[in-house]
Design a binder for this molecule. Structure first.
Ligand SMILES: [Zn+2]
Length: 419
C-alpha cells in the first residue's frame, strides 16, 4: 500500500541548471510547482510542511544501478589475510561464504544495506542476487519479500545473477528460469565465470532466455584486462540478431580499456547499434582488475569515448564491504568521486557528467523515470546542505534529505567539522 504524500514546500533551494534560489512545491508525489510556475492554472495547495533549504542543492535522487545486496556487509566475517585476487580466488571464497548464508543473516544484512541507501539519497536500486546451485532461490526469496515491504520508500529491482556456470551445469540455467517466475525482475549474466571457450555459449543461453521471456538482460561483461576478451562485442552482436535492441545492459566492461583505439571504437559502435547502456564500477575494478604494469590502465571502461559516442553510461557501487570489496558504504556520491578520479574527469562540466552517471543516466540504465527537477516530474529528490556540485562530491557539509514520491524517507546528519 502506498502512503499518500502530503504537500511539501522546499524553500530557497538551488537547482543544478539555474542560478539563484527557488521554492519547490511537491504534491501528490510529484513536483507541483517551481517558483511561480505551477502546472497549468492549478493553484498550489497550501503545504503541510515547509523545509528551509538554506540555498542547498536540490537534485534528482541517486539511482544505484549495480549492487550485490545478498553479498553486502559480509567482510567482517572474513579471515584477516583474505584477498580477492585473482578472480578464481574471489569466486572460491564467495562459494564458501554463501554456503553459510541463513535467511536471518541475509535479511539482516540486506535491511542494513537498504537503510544505507535511504540515508544516502538512493530512490531506486538494481540489486543482483546470486541464483545458482550453491544457494538455490533462498536469497532471492528473502529479497523479493524485502523489496515488497519497502515499496513505499525505495524501488528495488532484483536481477537473477548466475554466479556459477550455466554452460557446464544445466541445473543452474533451470534455476535462472525459475527465478524469473519467482519474483526476479531482470535476468543477469556473467560470462567470466565460464571457461574461455564457453563464454560465448553463456551469452547465447542468456540471449535465448531473455528473448523467450521478453525480460531485461543485465550482464557482467569482460571483468578482466585482457585485450583478447571480447564478450561485450559478442553480446552487442547477439542482441541485435535476437531483436533485443534496447533491452540489454552491460556492467564493468573493463577489457574495453585494454584494447587499442581502433578495436575499442569498433566495440563501442556495436554497443551503440545494440542500444546497450553501460555501467562502470570503478571502486572494485580499480582494486581488482587493473594492469599493474600500466598505472593508468586500471580496468575502468573508456568513459570519455563511450560518452563521446552517445552511449548512456552509469556508475555503480557493485560490492559494498563484502567478500569482493572491503570498503564502500553504498553512497553514489562516493562512487561519482572515484569515477571522476579513475577517468580523469576534472572540469566542472565533467563533474556534472559523473553526477549524471549516478542520477539520471543510472535511472535510464534501470528504466526508472529520469525526468530531472522539473514541474510534473516524479518527486524522487535529494536535498543537500552543500550548495555546489563539487561540494556534494567532496561530501562537504554532508547533510542530505532523501525524498521518495514527495515524502521524506531518510537522510544523513553529518560532517559537522570542529577544531
Ligand atoms: Zn557486480
Amino acid at each position: 500500500m502506498t502512503v499518500a504524500a502530503e504537500p511539501l514546500l522546499i524553500r530557497g533551494a538551488r537547482l543544478l541548471d539555474s542560478a539563484g534560489q527557488v521554492d519547490v512545491h511537491l504534491a501528490g508525489g510529484r513536483i507541483a510547482a517551481i517558483g511561480d510556475a505551477p502546472i497549468g492554472d492549478a493553484p498550489v495547495t497550501a503545504p503541510a510542511k515547509v523545509i528551509d533549504a538554506e540555498g542547498g542543492l536540490l537534485t534528482p535522487s541517486f539511482v544505484e544501478p549495480h549492487f550485490h545486496i545478498d553479498k553486502a556487509l559480509t567482510f567482517p566475517g572474513l579471515p584477516p589475510t583474505e584477498f580477492a585476487q585473482p578472480l578464481a580466488a574471489a569466486l572460491d571464497r564467495t562459494r564458501r561464504v554463501k554456503a553459510r548464508y541463513t535467511a536471518d543473516d541475509l535479511r539482516e544484512r540486506a535491511t542494513a544495506a537498504i537503510r544505507l541507501a535511504l540515508a544516502h539519497g538512493i530512490g531506486t536500486v538494481r540489486a543482483h542476487v546470486d541464483v545458482d546451485p550453491v544457494g538455490g532461490l533462498a536469497a532471492l526469496n528473502v529479497m523479493t519479500d524485502l523489496r515488497d515491504r519497502h515499496r513505499d520508500v525505495i524501488d528495488i529491482q532484483l536481477v537473477a545473477f548466475p554466479q556459477e556456470s550455466i554452460v557446464r551445469d544445466a541445473g543452474a540455467l533451470r534455476l535462472l528460469r525459475e527465478a524469473l517466475t519467482s519474483g526476479a525482475d531482470v535476468l543477469g549474466g556473467a560470462p567470466d565465470v565460464e571457461e574461455p571457450r564457453d563464454r560465448s555459449r553463456h551469452i547465447d543461453l542468456l540471449i535465448e532466455l531473455a528473448a523467450e521471456r521478453r525480460v531485461g538482460l543485465d550482464v557482467h561483461c569482460d571483468y578482466s584486462y585482457d585485450p583478447g576478451q571480447r564478450d561485450l562485442e559478442t553480446l552487442a552482436r547477439r542482441t541485435v540478431e535476437a531483436g533485443l535492441t534496447g533491452l540489454v545492459r552491460a556492467g564493468h566492461c573493463c577489457a574495453l580499456d585494454s584494447y587499442d583505439d581502433a578495436a575499442a571504437i569498433g566495440v563501442i559502435e556495436a554497443v551503440r547499434a545494440a542500444e546497450i547502456d553501460i555501467c562502470v564500477c570503478p571502486m572494485g575494478n580499480l582494486m581488482l582488475v587493473g594492469d599493474r604494469a600500466r598505472p593508468l590502465g586500471r580496468g575502468v571502461a573508456r568513459l570519455k569515448d563511450l560518452l563521446g559516442h552517445g552511449i548512456t553510461v552509469a556508475a555503480g557501487s557493485d560490492n559494498v564491504h563484502d567478500m569482493w570489496f572491503p570498503l564502500g558504504r553504498l553512497d553514489p556520491a562516493e562512487v561519482a568521486m572515484v569515477t571522476a578520479v579513475a577517468a580523469q574527469m576534472w572540469s566542472k562540466q565533467q563533474l556534472r557528467q559523473v553526477f549524471d552517471m549516478v542520477t539520471v543516466n543510472a535511472a535510464r540504465y534501470v528504466g526508472a523515470p529520469a525526468e530531472g527537477v522539473r514541474v510534473g516530474a516524479v518527486a524522487d529528490l535529494i536535498l543537500f546542505s552543500a550548495t555546489s556540485l563539487p561540494d556534494v562530491l567532496r561530501n562537504v557539509h554532508g547533510r542530505r534529505t532523501t525524498i521518495k514520491n514527495g515524502r521524506l524517507v531518510g537522510g544523513t546528519e553529518s560532517s559537522v567539522w570542529t577544531a
